[in-house]
Design a binder for this molecule. Structure first.
Ligand code: IMP
Length: 442
């Protein structure tokens, strides 16, 4: 089984980190292939909670090689902070971490651009980015002229390229009338923002030295691994509804966060991806702006937020909460080629007096069961719900599906039927032990 990938099927934060950490026992290589420090993967193990942003969740398992592929945008200080934090807690980070020499770097100007320009309202609503410079970095990657990759730091031409980019960005900021300062630049009250090329070059040469032991040609490393039949686990970041091409555009992230992005971001040919596990919460959440048909901006949503501790790992923002949207998840499961579903946070629903699932939408008086491609249609849809009586029994201590209350089993069966995928895993809490492998049940 060369390639298995774990894909979020909603708007991110589906607890993919827990799942990757659990599955890692069967794999020797774990790969992150898109996104950047906008991701926040929480892994709980041995009574400790780890929050990872750039480093793959396999890092906590000894003997696993963790690869950051070329599709990831790397922010060196954040990565080094993460390495130091893990080492401080006794986690080995050395030869078990490989960073693609082709991954693009987030520079101070990207963070500034995210702050200045990406957070403009779109049609009256804010995108609400994580302000980690992700979109601007991907923009420069696609634009090519003003992009720098990790491997570039080890070439003499890097200084001249930084100087050229700083010269351009400075003119850009001046033309836009920006007066805001940020790291890597100087700011005096009332003066225009100044990026300092020499200082940024020196700073990034410092990072280059610290990162040198990790930098590798991960593309060839992974090709060798798949050709020799080594099992590889690929860890998606964000969720498929945030996919730049197939998500709720423009309220999306800047990478292909659905299953279609696995090959491009990792360099592993599609034919080696043999299994796709789709991860969804038993309800829905979303951080930032954009349409969210089943949102419960009311007491129910508030209760789910409290029970599920739904606050962003990266930004701390309260997450918007709502009912499970089977129209959306069926769409992203099909798009990602999902073989089996992992349904997370099932324990959270156990405390509600009734539980709803969106089974279709109504758009301009017509019932539809396809996820609309245009944001304005999504804003207008009205969810059609099926209501389940709450089972109101704590399931967090249960370890087999047969022990589940019948109401909870009915809910799982219906979700599986609506999405069109068997449920393989049910999670009932943050710990590794609080996981039920449904298909392995007798
Ligand atoms: P960006 O990725 O920082 O550009 O943010 C774009 C949108 O994606 C915003 O709505 C963010 O809240 C959302 N987003 C980005 N990363 C994550 C994540 O890891 N979990 C949930 N939402 C995310």
């Amino acid at each position: 089984m060369p390639g298995t990938c774990v894909i979020g099927l909603q708007w991110g934060d589906e607890a993919k980190g827990k799942l990757v950490d659990l599955l890692t026992a069967d794999y020797k290589i774990v790969v992150r292939y898109q996104g950047g420090a906008n991701a926040g993967h929480t892994v709980v193990g041995g009574g400790q909670t780890y929050k990872l942003h750039l480093i793959p969740s396999g890092i906590l398992n000894p003997g696993v090689t963790n690869v950051v592929g070329p599709g990831v945008v790397l922010h060196p200080p954040k990565l080094l902070e993460e390495v130091a934090g893990l080492r401080q807690r006794g986690v080995e980070v050395g030869g078990n971490l490989l960073l693609s020499d082709r991954s693009h770097l987030v520079f101070p100007w990207h963070v500034l651009e995210d702050r200045l320009w990406n957070d403009q309202p779109i049609g009256g609503e804010m995108l609400g980015t994580t302000l980690r410079g992700i979109g601007p970095c991907y923009r420069d990657k696609v634009g090519r002229t003003y992009a720098i990759r990790l491997g570039d730091l080890y070439h003499d031409s890097c200084r001249e390229r930084i100087e050229r980019i700083v010269e351009f960005k400075t003119r850009l900021f001046a033309a836009a009338g920006s007066r805001t300062g940020s790291q890597g630049g100087t700011e005096t009250e009332g003066s225009e923002f100044q990026l300092d090329a020499a200082r940024i070059h020196e700073e990034f040469q410092g990072y280059a030295e610290q990162l040198r032991p990790f930098v590798a040609d991960t593309t060839n490393f992974l090709l060798d691994a798949v050709e020799s039949g080594q099992p590889i686990l690929l860890e998606g970041a964000q969720g498929a509804l945030l996919d730049i091409d197939h998500g709720t555009f423009p309220f999306v992230t800047s990478s292909n966060s659905s299953g279609v992005g696995v090959s491009a971001g990792s360099g592993i040919p599609p034919k080696w991806i043999r299994k796709v596990i789709g991860v969804a919460k038993a309800y829905s959440t979303r951080v930032g702006g954009g349409p969210f048909p089943t949102e419960q901006d009311n007491e129910v949503g508030q209760r789910i937020r409290e029970l599920g501790r739904e606050y962003g790992t990266t930004t701390g923002r309260p997450r918007r909460c709502g009912w499970f949207d089977a129209v959306a998840v069926r769409y992203t499961a099909r798009l990602s080629g999902v073989d089996g579903l992992a349904l997370m946070m099932m324990d959270v629903l156990s405390q509600l007096p009734e539980v709803k699932v969106c089974v279709a939408y109504e758009l301009r008086g017509q019932r539809i069961d396809r996820f609309p491609g245009h944001v304005d249609d999504l804003r207008q849809v009205r969810p059609v719900y099926e209501t389940f009586p709450g089972w109101q029994q704590d399931v967090s201590g249960l370890r087999r599906l047969e022990q589940f209350p019948s109401g909870a089993r009915r809910y799982l069966d219906r979700v599986s039927e609506l999405v069109g995928c068997p449920i393989e895993i049910v999670s009932v809490g943050p710990d590794r032990e609080q996981t039920i492998f449904a298909r392995r049940d007798p």
